[in-house]
Structures are given as structure tokens and as C-alpha cells.
Write a protein that binds this ligand. Sequence first.
Ligand code: ATP
Ligand code: MG
Length: 472
Amino acid sequence: MPETSAPPPVHRSLSARLLVLTVLFVMLAEVMIFAPSIGRYRHEYLNERLAQAHLALLALEATADGMVDERLQMRLLHHAGARGMTAWRPNRPQLMLGEDPPQLDILFDLQGAGFLTLLGDGLAALVRTDNRLIGVIGESPKDPEVVLAVSLDEAPMRREMLAYGKRILILSLIISLVTATLVYVTLHLWLVRPILRLAATMAAFRRAPEDPARVLRPSRRRDEVGVAERALAAMQTDLRAALAQQARLAAVGTAVSKISHDLKGVLSAALLESDRLEATAADPEIKHVTAGIARALDRAVHLCSRTLSFAKEGPPDVRHEPVALAAVVTAAAEAAAAAGPATVTVAVPDGLTVLADACQLPRVFENLIRNAAEAGAGHITVSAAAPAPGGAGAATGRLVAVTVADDGPGLPPRARDNLFQPFSGSARVGGTGLGLPIAREIAQALGGDLVLDASGPGGTVFRLTLPTMDAT
Ligand SMILES: Nc1ncnc2c1ncn2[C@@H]1O[C@H](COP(=O)(O)OP(=O)(O)OP(=O)(O)O)[C@@H](O)[C@H]1O
Ligand SMILES: [Mg+2]
């Protein structure tokens, strides 16, 4: 499965996109501020010219005839940045300096000029390239009763406007970069990093959902990220519970398969006994066979009742009681007789008693003997050696080793490779591959074990160890 939790390339990362977008938005905001401020700058520039003109014209009042010589006139006009100027005052003669009448290219009336007019005139002045002679009429900033008209060159004003624009642009860039960085860092810490953490947790959880350490531990955040973290943690917990439940159900399925498997064997034994009952009529035989049927059916019922306890996980719960080994093996050999025409020799000392479950232990021998018979063995020998101290699972007591040997063809490779693996060890048509796993599971639950001792063309030997009476 492809790894989807790797961080994206830098240019595709949320952080980089946030950074670019923040710069763009801040620049946009600056542009929206720039246009009105350029209009206002031009308005202030022209007002300043009017104020300067008023001051220059006041110098004329000091003269007797309202006239100054040409040199002074030039200097006054230069200081005011104008080519000509006129002042109208209530009940007093008008004052005038410079060209009369000036050949204006355009006249601007500042009195009552609205926001949009100033904005449009400001931008228009900025984009022109020629030098127009412009006229400006407006109230004197020094004295509202005085109306002034000034004529001046547009080029110097444009130069100042451009310089002002450049300053605003540089400032905007600095502001937008600082803002973008702050926004970027904040969003990275608050949003992007927690999202990456969530993604990493999801990927880690996906790799091993059964590991409780991979369930997200939500932070104490109360915002949307906190909500997402808590939702994810809850989902992971639920998912783990569902997985555990599923595993339990699978175990139930396996357990049911095992029970069906053994029930089949037990019922076929009962069938065999009833066949024999039918075939024989003499009373003592009928008595014996009926007892056999009753025993088989009793075990079948017992196995069914164990289905429920098998649904629980873990090894089968077994009882430890004294069981006469020879009798169990003989009964198992009879029960497995239907599997093939093999003869069974029981070489177990009569007095040998093991600590086992009287209902479960026969299943072990039945499976082993039936397997050998099904494999085509002609003769099967079950023998028990004298109890030996120590050994697997017997740290506290003595174990007896019981061998089940046959003269069959030996284990096929497939069976050998998957021996004791449920469902995969079978190399026999119609086999389920559960016989040996069940037998080993019971042996281990009893405190012993079941292992393959030897297998080859001359036959197969399985070795079963069981605790003896004095093992506890
Ligand atoms: N004594 C034996 N001699 C030769 N092959 C054997 C012997 N015992 C087991 N096998 C092989 O091992 C395989 C696995 O045995 P196991 O009892 O687990 O499953 P099975 O017999 O195929 O099916 P079932 O679940 O019905 O017992 C068998 O299919 C068989 O090929
Ligand atoms: Mg089998």
C-alpha cells in the first residue's frame, strides 16, 4: 500500500500557500489604501501651493501701489512654486503676480471637490507623461475669506507624487512581509503542525491498529483542531474495539470448525456401533454395543456443550483428573477404526495413570490414530515409556512420553511444512488440517506437548508428553 502520510512538497504545502496568499491579500489591501492616499497627497500639495501664494501676495500689500519689481516678483513666484497667482478679497482690490492671463491647459477647482474627483484627478496626474500648465482655484488655507487662483507646472508635482508612491510601495512590501510571516508562523503552529500530527497518527495507527500506544492522545485544545483530535481518538478506540471483537468472532469460527471436526469423528463412531448392533442379534453383544453407542453419544453431547466455552478466547479449559491411559488409547483406537483397516497395538502399562481430562484426551489419540490409518498405515503402535523427570511443560513434576508410531508412507512435504498450523497443514483430500493443531492444543493445555519425532518412507512417529499422577 503506498505511503500517504509523507509531507507534501514545499510548493504544495499548506504553509507555502498560506504565505503567498497572505502576501497577496496584504498587498491588495495596501493598493486599496494607496489610490485614495495619492489623491489626498495631490490635494494637500495644491493646497500648500495656495497657502504659499497667499503669503507671497501679502508681500504686495506692503507696497504703496501693489506692485513689486520684476526680480522680487520672480523670487516670490519661485518660492511659491507657481507661474502666476491671483487673490480676491472681499471689499478690497485683487492682488496678482505673474502671467496674466495664463494659458492654462486645465483648471481645477478645489472648492467642493468630492472624494471621487480627487481620487480620479490624482491617478490621472500620476499616469500622464507631459507637463501641463494647470490652474488651481480654492480658498486660502490661511484665510477662508480669500479666494486664490494659482497657475503651476504639473511635472514637479508628479515627481513628488511618484516619490511618495514609491515610499508607500516599499512600506507596503515591508508591512505585507512582516504580516505574512506572522500569519504564517501562527497558522503553522496552530493549524498546519496539528494537521501533520493528525496525519502521522492516522498513518501509524493504520500500520498497527492493535497497538494501544498508537491511539491519539488529544490535546486540551477547545477549538476545531481539538474537536478533530478528540473525534479521531474516539474513532481509533472504537475501531480497536471492533477489531478485537472481529478477532474474537474469528476465534469463535475456528472453535466451531474444530468442534464440528471432532463431532464428525464421534458421530461416525456411533454410526459404526449402531451398524454393528444391527448386524448382531445376540443379547450380550447388543448390551456391549449399546453401551458403546451411549458412550459415543454422550461425548458428542459433551462436545456440543463445549462449543459455547470454545467461543471464549484462549486455550481450551481442561480438567486434571486421574485417567487410565491404556483404556483411553484402546477406546480411541476403536473409535478411529472407521478411518482405515490398520491394526492398533496398545503397548501401555496397565497401571499407568496420567493427569488429564477424560473427555479431551481421547481426542488426541483419535486424531493421531485416524491420521495414520488415513495415510495408509498397516500397523500402528501406541507405546508409553516409564515416566521421566523434567521436560517441556513439566518443570514441577514428571511427564510420561507416549509415542504413536506407524508404518505408513511418512508425512507429505506440504503437511511437514505446515505441521500444527490450523487449516494449512492438510495434504489429504477431504482433510481440514485441524486434527494435529487440536491434538497439540489439548496436550499443551494439559501441561504436556505433542511433537513430531520422526517421519520418512518407513513410517511416522509422534511423541506426546503428559503429566503423570505425581506431577502436581
Ligand atoms: N501418521 C501420518 N502419516 C502420514 N501423514 C500424516 C500423518 N499424520 C498426519 N499426516 C499428514 O498431515 C496432514 C495434517 O493432518 P491433520 O490431522 O492436521 O489434518 P487432516 O488429517 O488433513 O484433516 P483433519 O482435520 O480431518 O484431521 C494430513 O493431511 C496428512 O497428510
Ligand atoms: Mg487428521
